[in-house]
Design a binder for this molecule. Sequence first.
Ligand SMILES: Cc1cc2nc3c(=O)[nH]c(=O)nc-3n(C[C@H](O)[C@H](O)[C@H](O)COP(=O)(O)OP(=O)(O)OC[C@H]3O[C@@H](n4cnc5c(N)ncnc54)[C@H](O)[C@@H]3O)c2cc1C
Length: 435
Amino acid sequence: MTRQAPLATWSGSARWTPHQVLRPTSEGGVLDALRIARKRGLSLRVLGGGHSFTALAATDGITLDLDGLQGLVAADLSTGLVTLRGGTRLWAIAGLLAPYGLALAVMGDIDRQSIAGAIQTGTHGTGGRSTGFAAMVRGLRLALADGSVVDCSPQQDRDLFEAARLGLGTIGIVLEVTLQCVPAFRLELTESTEDLAQTSAAFLADSAIADHHELFWFPRTPRTTVRTMRRLPADAPRHRPARAAELLQQEVLGNGAWELLCRSAAALPLLRRPAASLASRVFAGPRVVDDSARVFTAPRRVRFRESEWALPVSRFEEAFAALRRRFEEEDVRVTFPLEIRRAAADDVWLSTAYERDTVYLAAHRYHREEAGPFLLLVQRTLAPFAARPHWGKLHWLGARELRALYPRFDDFRAVRTAADPVGLLMTPYLHHLLG
Ligand SMILES: Cc1cc2nc3c(=O)[nH]c(=O)nc-3n(C[C@H](O)[C@H](O)[C@H](O)COP(=O)(O)OP(=O)(O)OC[C@H]3O[C@@H](n4cnc5c(N)ncnc54)[C@H](O)[C@@H]3O)c2cc1C
């Protein structure tokens, strides 16, 4: 057999060389892959869009690339229920739903992920009344490790459903997912550069009122970029900056010049604080009104490493103050901003927002700089505030700490063991996380 080429995540933070890569295009192909893994005693991990930062999808066994399993299975305008194949990329969903006048209720920063990958790690956007993707799931069609195919929902095989809708790819392979969608809508985006003390003090109140609200703070600068989105009817007049201005904002300032600035600051650490200060002044873009998917997401071409921590809203202010103090004490110099977002509580067992209204604090580091010490500093500073790590982003917690953060952790483990007793879908990294 020819040697398999190494694979890597988008950020390059996880790399692995699988024994074999399989690319099924049908349910039967997925079941064949499971049969091969069982027969050869290999572990099997699904690769979605490869946009997690951790080694979740890594394996020395079989990598199952589900890019060939995309598309719409069913959509019902009267209920808003939409069934998609697991490998469907988020960027394709708006086009698939447009003929039905439906849309995803909320999206995160980018649209490169697969829908199954997004739900399996608890991907979310921002909004005090919005949940992450996993809480929008109403049904799943799974291929289990033993080769059986099951449909589960709140009415059918409930525990399997609860574990599998955010299952880190360890419960089964998501063949299809049924999501609660909403009537199509437009968003008005406004961005501004404002005083840090004021915007952080007002964050809980502002994010409770606005449909979608977030802050970007370049560490140790006195400013934030405030980004607010208002939901409008689907026929609200579009408003976009002229093409040249849009290109300047998105491709030159947002990606080209930004890359140059980060690269220079990586080579010359003295430049890092002035670079952050400059970026904090020009980060805000112009007003936009457009279809929701085009406003929620934007291209991210400058690569970075990221950690994100979910805090109970009641702990946000003291946690953020602690982080600011630590950054001063440790003379932190980073060029990427901290992102502060909000989500409503949900009931998904392993959701970072399980039973608590949540504020997310995400820390980023340019990929040519060493991310570990900075991200670990953030982890240690936020730990006393019951911070839960995003499953797809970098953190250094194991099963012992995670069990203390998730009331349904043991229920999850019991369902996982019953669904895959031989651990076909497990790897050493997943054993570290789940015990
Ligand atoms: C630039 C960038 C921006 C981001 N923005 C956000 C954001 O705004 N909000 C947020 O919450 N997160 C964000 N993330 C994190 C990202 O959404 C998650 O890590 C997500 O899991 C990536 O989806 P993916 O399809 O790339 O999955 P992968 O990384 O390929 O896989 C993730 C997990 O899902 C499993 N999986 C994938 N497909 C299946 C399937 N069909 N069946 C079973 N298991 C499966 C994999 O085995 C793996 O365990 C961002 C990441 C990057 C790199």
